[in-house]
Structures are given as C-alpha cells and as structure tokens.
Design a protein around this ligand. Sequence first.
Ligand code: BES
Ligand code: MN
Ligand code: ZN
Length: 491
Amino acid sequence: MYRSIRTGSPRKPAILVGLPTQISRLPKALQELDEAHGGRISAARRSRMFNGKAGDLIIEGDDVILVGLGDREQLDQNAIRSLGGRLAGRLHQADLHAVDVQLHRTVPEQVADGDALGQALAEGIGLSNWRVDFFDGKASKNAAASGSLTLTSSDQEVRGGMRRGLILAESTNEARRISATPPNICIPSWVAQQARAAAKKTGLQCKVISFAEAVKQGMGGLVNVGKGSAHKPCMIILEHRPSRPRAGHRLVLVGKTMTYDSGGYSLKINNSMKGMKYDMNGGSAVLGAILAIARLKVPVNVTAVLPCAENLVSGEAYRPDDIITMHNGVTVEVTNTDAEGRLILGDALSWSCRKLKPTAIIDVATLTGGVVVGLGHFCAGMWCEDDGLREQVEAAAVSTGERVWQMPLWEEHRQFMQAKHADIWNSGPSRNAHPIQGAAFLSYFVDKGIPWTHLDIAGVSAVEKPDDLHVVGPTGFGVRLLAEVAARTGS
Ligand code: BES
Ligand code: MN
Ligand code: ZN
C-alpha cells in the first residue's frame, strides 16, 4: 500500500495503456506512442501473449503497463473504476511510483470522456489503496504503507478527472477510517471532535448541539435513545457555504450515527450485536460527502446533520412501553428499543426541516436488517416520492456505481405505523414490510412539500468479502453518491 497518492508531473512515468479484446494489430491510436517508446508496447503484447481480456494486467519493466479493456461493448465507468482498483496493489508490488495514464486513447468517448475516465480510474486506485491497519499492535506483521504514487496524463481532462477522483477516494477513506474505529474509542464526543478537525481543514462550519441543548430543544428521540449511555448523545452540524452558490438550492444530508447499537433493553441476541460499530456508517458517509463537497468546491449550499448516540442498557436507558415526544411534537410509543435509528433520525429530519428550510433532504442510515434480507449487499434501498429528486439520485448512483433500488412508500404504510396510545410506534407488532416501516416512520418527520429521499444502506455499508475496491470492512458507501447528487443540484 502506498503512503500517498497524488497527481503531478513526475519525471519518468511508466505509461498505462489499455487494449480491448479481438484485435489483430495494435490500434492506430497507440502506434505513435508505441514508436515513441521504442516499440515496447507491441513487444510486450506479443511476448506475453496479451489479448486484452478484462482483468488482464502486465507490467513490462519499469516503463510500460498494459491493461485489458475486455469487450468494448461491456466497458463502462464501473469497469474502469474496478480496473483502477486492481491496479494499485500491482503497481506497488512492482515498485512503480509514477504513471502516465494513456487509457483515453483506446477507451471510446461514449464509454467515458477524459474527465469521467480519469475520475473513475483514480477513485479505484484511491479506494483500493486503503486498509484497516491503525490498530495493528506489536504482534502484527503487515508491511507498513510505503512510498508515493504520482499520476499524470498528457490529456488535460484526464488529469482534472484524476484530481477529482483522488479527492473523492480520500474523502471516502476518511469516512471509512471513522467507521472502522471501534466503539470504545468512537463515542459521540469523539465523532464531534473528528467533525471539528475535518471542518477546520476544509473550511466547513461546524456546530455541535450538546445533550443539554438537545433536551432544551425537545429532541425526545435523540435524548431517549442516547441517555442510557455514559457517553451522552449530540447532534453534529457541518455547513458548506460556497461564495457563489447556485441560487435557490439548499441540500441537507442526514446520517444515522449510532456509535454502537446493542439494541438496548430489546437486546440483540445470538451474536447479532457483533458488527454494530458500523451502525454509524450513514453518519460517516454524510461526513465524508460534505468533506468531498468542500474540497471540490461544489457551488451549492449543503448541510450535513449527524444525530449521534450510543444505544446501551442501564438504569437510565429508555425502555419498551415508553412514550416519547419528538422534536416536531409527534408522540411515539416505543415498542422496541432496537428500532432506535428512526428515533434519532426523526428528530434530525424535523430539526433540519424547521431550521434549515432545505430544498431537498436525503437521509442515509443502516436502518434495518430487513433491507439486507430483501436486497442483500447489492444495492441500497431507496424511498423517494419526489420524481425530480429520485431521478437525480438514480442518475448519480449510475455514475458512481453505488446502486440504489426504489421501494414503495404509500399512505397505507404510514397508517401501518399508527399506535394505540400514541401517534405512532417505532416498530409495528408484525415485522411485515419492515424496511418500509422504517421509511414510513421517518416520513412523519419531514415537512410536507420538501423533496426527501431515504437510503437504507444496512446491506452495503460494509463488506465481509473483499472486492476490487474494498477490503473487508466499511465501504464508505454514499460518500461519492451524495457528492455527485450535490454536484448535480441546480446544474
Ligand atoms: N442497526 C440496526 C439495523 C442493522 C441490522 C444494520 C443489521 C446492519 C446490519 C437497527 O437499529 C435495528 O436494530 N433494526 C431492527 C429493527 C426492528 C427492531 C424493527 C432490525 O432490523 O431487526
Ligand atoms: Mn437497532
Ligand atoms: Zn441501529
């Protein structure tokens, strides 16, 4: 793993070229480059019987890297991102430190223009150049991260794309680092500290609503869920205020930030508690996204809101049967203390609608196990009843490869949440449509007329098997997606 990756103008970079399958001779677009390099590309191709299959990669000496682009028909931005993902480790192994990206010569414009190509490649390289090693102790044998990689290209668009891609990967990795930090360290005040430090570095405004302040403001959800822990809850607000924002837009991103979810008195059983340090991945995604948005200077007003709490058991903890009053005055009968995410999110959504007057609001949460059963680790569940916002989120998801799939949210689902002795309950007596129950509950806290999307990322926010982009652990799902949504806002 490299210690750092950047763009620049290195002295003797290796050239990176891509070849599709089913070609008999070197494509015209590469002939000049081949000659300039003394025929090293065609020689490498011949001597290694390289036939351009997707996934093929050869490194010839210290100056030529050949990658297979596969079938041109199947090539897309995701394939280029994956290619970048496979590349980083191989480059490091080969002790290469500078690469001149020439993929645009053979990747068709319709697949990805220079900008998109550079971005996808750099994202892949940056995302795969990450692991969880900050808790390696005396008994670990992992080699330390070493050296640096500098990326360049003769194409200006590719260079610009790579610069953006690296920023997006870096911001995603920042979210992953916070997610991977265990709950004995990552407590609400620690998250607030991380947010403040990140804000200072990037010029974001950061404000933290303390426990006492949350009580005063009537945030019954956040207060009740979090009061059972010695580490009291808080709500973190990060604001991106560009100097010339696109007029008439204010995007608000809300992320569930449970630093640990034991289930509370409705305790998680049969080892289902293990992994609940990741119950803050919505919050870290939102944090990573606003970091990227600030670094990329996206000309849109964006606010990130992180309701942050720890769901534990104690003499102070809330219990099933409690009835609590939320920030907007809606009363909730607690039927299950393990349906806690929607309680802290409800307050955050209501607070955001009242104080920030969003033109669009998106919440991201590891909300239900049900969405994992229904959709697996293939995509996030999406709920959105506003056509414009839904199209924007779906388009962003296609380009970032963080897939979403729409689920229904109807009046019948909302009625399903109505309780006997309070306005609503936090979980119905039956588990039917259980991820939709979560969304229906949240809808009670979004003011009418504000376009809203709920993303349930419980299945995608961490992986148990490594892939081209991710090691086992948090994926940072949502960071690039939300940054892309912001970039598309009002454009
Ligand atoms: N944090 C969990 C959801 C979760 C489960 C995330 C598995 C990641 C992996 C959430 O707070 C929860 O406990 N949900 C309950 C809801 C139920 C009590 C209505 C669930 O999914 O079982
Ligand atoms: Mn829970
Ligand atoms: Zn939870």
